[in-house]
Design a protein around this ligand. Structure first.
Ligand SMILES: Nc1nc2c(ncn2[C@@H]2O[C@H](COP(=O)(O)OP(=O)(O)OP(=O)(O)O)[C@@H](O)[C@H]2O)c(=O)[nH]1
Ligand SMILES: [Mg+2]
Length: 447
């Protein structure tokens, strides 16, 4: 997929939403900061990035989650919609009408990818059972017509060219009788260094005579944010109907090009992602963003998260934790929730404050195995014991150890850990967790 880096960083950001215990403003702030970083790295314009993240924050505050989309899903939905807006919102496909021929003309500056894109489009429409021909009107570059002929031969479509003629309109007229035998006529034009009056005049006279159904501007993705200026100029002076962004495969600036093209007034219709004739994709913002965010995976994760943590339970737990009043049942429920999430190492992140303590990785790995056994041990305690761990004496402890098959020393560890956590929570009430770090060093195994 194009924009791999952006895709990966957005995916890992959104995974945090699925695993966070509390979907609150703090999470939204972290989330928007990470999204900002990812988009800026993909060269998206700073103002667009800030607008997007502000929209996410405002919408999260002002709009109400529905029953169908509770808070967690709601937040992901907002992110998805705002990214879709950034890239042009709705899909606007080219609708080929049965007029014979449907004329598509490509325009753009030197080397933007016009001629090779004609080959890709020919291949694309041919595969969709359209009868395609190409027409070479680039009279400026000596080898242009030859290049078009070769590309057309490669994908197996008719190519109309005249090697001698210097006037593109005359070339167009020369083959005029034959166009009606084709469903689609793809027209290649000459590039220039810049959009000067000469090029504008040429495109205008071609527009007037040929009246193409689609006039598509070809822009290479490496232009990044400057795409906006070029696309807007072409949109205003040459009456273009859409944009093709090429060379998406070769640049870290593709995010800039796409978002810049999206605000130019013309819509992106296709992307090209390589040199082969098949390296063409239709552009559809909702689908594109779905793929960027890995929506399929994300939905599965969201489902798991909602099974594991109910909003009510987390509120309850938060309160208990903050008041230093949580018992073994709470600990147990949290472990259960975590095991459903499939990632026990998350447990520390979920306890408010703990994630900031930056626990060593080793500790977490040990915990995973241990936690499994702890759950067996917890199963062997009575409800009364779980609610009030203080009554667990050595005979109760050895009963639970025998019942669960977990060594007594480990059950003792579990109780110790619980007491430690409880103490820690009550000390942490309203304090900066970073400062508490030193205080607990050495007291909790592994820290
Ligand atoms: N990697 C990559 N290269 C591309 C892509 N599209 C075009 N190119 C390359 O870009 C170069 C220019 O492409 P052309 O199609 O000749 O560009 P043009 O706009 O017709 O150029 P002029 O006729 O000189 O104005 C060629 O080497 C293409 O192979 C793409 O999607 N990916
Ligand atoms: Mg060309």
């Amino acid at each position: 997929m194009v924009l791999d880096n952006l895709s990966n960083s957005l995916k890992s950001t959104l995974k945090k939403v699925t695993s966070a215990l509390f979907v609150d403003e703090k999470l939204v702030n972290e989330l928007t900061q990470e999204i900002q970083r990812s988009l800026l790295q993909a060269d998206v314009n700073v103002q667009l990035v800030f607008d997007l993240t502000n929209n996410i924050k405002t919408r999260f505050k002002e709009e109400k989650p529905t029953k169908e989309a509770p808070k967690r899903e709601f937040l992901v939905k907002i992110v998805y919609e705002e990214l879709t807006n950034l890239l042009g919102k709705d899909k606007e496909e080219i609708k080929i009408t049965p007029k014979k021929p449907f004329k598509i003309m490509l325009v753009g500056l030197f080397g933007s990818g016009k001629t090779t894109t004609i080959g890709k489009l020919a291949n694309y429409y041919k595969k969709r059972n359209q009868k395609v021909a190409t027409l070479g009107l680039d009279v400026h570059r000596p080898a242009a017509r030859d290049q078009l002929k070769q590309i057309s031969d490669q994908v197996g479509v008719q190519c109309f060219i005249d090697e001698q003629e210097k006037n593109p309109l005359k070339i167009y007229k020369k083959f005029q009788d034959q166009y009606k035998n084709y469903d689609i006529l793809l027209i290649d034009t000459a590039g220039r260094d810049a959009l000067l009056q000469e090029l504008i005049d040429e495109i205008e006279s071609l527009n007037k005579e040929i009246q193409p159904d689609e006039r598509l501007l070809v822009i290479p993705a490496e232009l990044g944010q400057t795409t906006e200026k070029q696309a807007t100029q072409f949109h205003k002076s040459c009456n273009i109907t859409g944009i093709i962004v090429t060379k998406m495969d070769g640049t870290a600036k593709a995010g800039g090009a796409l978002s810049a093209a999206a605000i130019s007034g013309a819509k992106i219709k296709f992307l090209t992602v390589g040199e082969k004739p098949s390296d063409l994709e239709t552009f559809n913002p909702p689908n594109f963003v779905s793929r960027l965010l890995g929506m399929g995976d994300l939905e599965a994760l969201l489902e798991k998260a909602s099974e594991a943590i109910s909003e009510e339970k987390s509120k309850d737990l938060e309160k208990k934790l903050l008041e230093g009043d949580f018992n073994l049942i709470d600990l147990y429920e949290q472990m259960q929730a975590m095991s459903k999430m499939g990632s026990l190492s998350k447990i520390m992140e979920l306890v408010p404050g703990m994630s900031q303590l930056k626990l060593p990785k080793d500790l977490l790995n040990v915990q995973e195995d241990k936690l499994k056994r702890w759950r067996f041990a917890l199963d062997s305690f009575t409800k009364k014991e779980l609610e009030n761990p203080d009554i667990i004496d050595s005979s109760r402890l050895s009963r639970a150890s025998k019942g669960s098959g977990v060594p007594a020393s480990e059950v003792r560890d579990l109780l110790k850990q619980y007491k430690m956590a409880k103490k820690m929570m009550s000390t942490m009430k309203g304090k900066d967790p970073q400062k508490l770090m030193s205080k607990f060093k050495g007291k909790i195994p592994g820290m």
